[in-house]
Design a protein around this ligand. Structure first.
Ligand code: SAH
Length: 393
């Protein structure tokens, strides 16, 4: 078996359960062969943990067991899957929600793999060619535990985590798309064989619910970076007087119309705009357009013709722009999935934005990942979602 010697300081980290192998941790050893099982040892040759090599933007591989006698084979995968299923028992029993994450990478003990459940259909996402080498064993373990209508997969192999275009069908019976899934009683159209994304980001479930149940009634709502308009749908269901969805991508219009229609909402009573959000903010300022509730969930990094947006550098300015177009006593829902900074830092961006605007605010609620997006304390960066509900004053 391949041995990788870990530097002294990092050895302690691994001993405490840190699951990721990165280049700077390595004192000696070859990390070139994707999918290769390795033993991590400390500089004195003592066993630390076992893992597999798989290049991702996050690192070079994942540790899967701290037990010297456990093999990285089907029984290990089966154990981890069984535990993951048991952990989601409440989701399987929930008749209002049938779209959730069944397996969340290192949070469930196998970095580099996620599995999402959509109304009896499953979507596997493989984040490296390394983890893909275990595909047959993992699928076999999965089939021993769960029955399914169909299995699809996404391959996000290269170091940037780009999706590899392919027919993503794996097995079962090909359903007609869109699949109709439920979330807290609302409906979404989902596509499992149509590029990298499925139409809904499951990690925002609790935020959508809060918008519907607590923040939307009687409000004018601006949803920026709206994608398929999932937040707009929940705002409309919660009694918003009108929603405005803004996204740069042309596809967002038919996609948003579809999600509204799935929920019996007249899309013609809503605004769905293909615009650069930054230009739209300027337009609103110029024309004195304001909203009661402004939702912002930008990608952590994006390039448009005029702008490069990076959450870690530019979120503060985004909040400043949102302040300009939010009514007094309004609400700003600020969300980010950037793993490169934590909640404390995120709150400092918000604080600085309000300070620079000379405005006051209160954070009335925060969200991180929902329960099905299980994380481990040993790897805090896995808990990437940060959402602040901000009351302006
Ligand atoms: N908030 C969405 C997910 C956002 S995904 C949801 O809850 O479902 C990020 C979206 O931002 C993509 O649809 C992308 O097209 C859009 N986007 C990226 N840069 C943009 C810009 N400058 N202006 C408007 N939309 C942008």
């Amino acid at each position: 078996m391949t041995k990788i010697t870990i530097k002294k300081g990092y050895s302690e980290k691994i001993r405490e359960g840190f699951p990721l192998l990165t280049k700077e941790m390595i004192q000696q050893g070859n990390i070139e062969q994707e999918g290769k099982v390795f033993t991590a040892i400390d500089p004195r040759g003592q066993f630390l943990a076992k893992g597999y090599l798989g290049k991702q933007n996050k690192g070079s591989g994942w540790l899967l067991t701290w037990d010297q006698n456990e093999e990285i084979r089907e029984p290990l995968f089966k154990n981890k899957l069984e535990e993951a299923v048991a952990f989601r028992k409440d989701f399987f029993d929930d008749n209002q929600t049938d779209a959730f994450r069944l397996f969340n990478g290192e949070g469930d003990g196998i970095g580099g793999l996620t599995i999402d459940h959509y109304a009896g259909h499953y979507l596997f996402t493989w984040y490296s060619t390394g983890i893909y080498q275990f595909r047959d064993e993992i699928l076999s373990a999965f089939e021993q535990i769960l029955s399914y209508k169909s299995i699809y997969e996404k391959k996000r192999f290269d170091s940037k985590g780009q999706y590899v275009e392919d027919d993503d069908f794996v097995k079962g019976e090909r359903p007609d798309f869109p699949l109709l899934v439920k979330e807290n009683g609302a409906h979404f159209a989902v596509y499992l064989n149509d590029g990298a994304m499925t139409g809904v980001f499951l990690d925002q479930r609790n935020v959508r619910k809060a918008i519907r149940d607590k923040y939307a009634e009687g409000k004018t709502v601006l949803n920026t970076f709206s994608y398929t308009g999932a937040f707009s749908v929940f705002a409309a269901l919660g009694g918003a007087t009108k929603t405005t969805s803004v996204d740069l991508a042309n596809r967002s219009v038919p996609k948003t119309i579809e999600q509204f229609s799935m929920n019996g909402i007249d899309y013609e009573a809503q605004d769905i705009l293909v615009r650069d959000v930054f230009r739209y903010f300027n337009y609103c300022v110029k024309n004195e357009v304001k909203f009661d509730l402004v939702i912002m969930d930008p990608p952590s990094f994006a390039r448009s013709k005029k702008h490069t947006f990076s959450a870690s550098k530019d979120y503060m300015n985004l909040v400043k722009q949102a302040i300009d177009i939010t009514e007094k006593k309004g609400i700003i829902v600020a969300s980010t999935n950037a793993a490169s900074f934590d909640m404390k830092k995120f709150r400092s961006f918000i604080d600085q934005a309000f300070k620079e605007k000379g405005a006051r605010y209160k954070i009335i609620e925060t969200f991180s990942l929902p329960e099905d997006f299980r994380t481990t304390e040993a790897y805090p960066a896995g808990d990437y979602l940060k959402v602040c509900v901000i009351q302006t004053m």
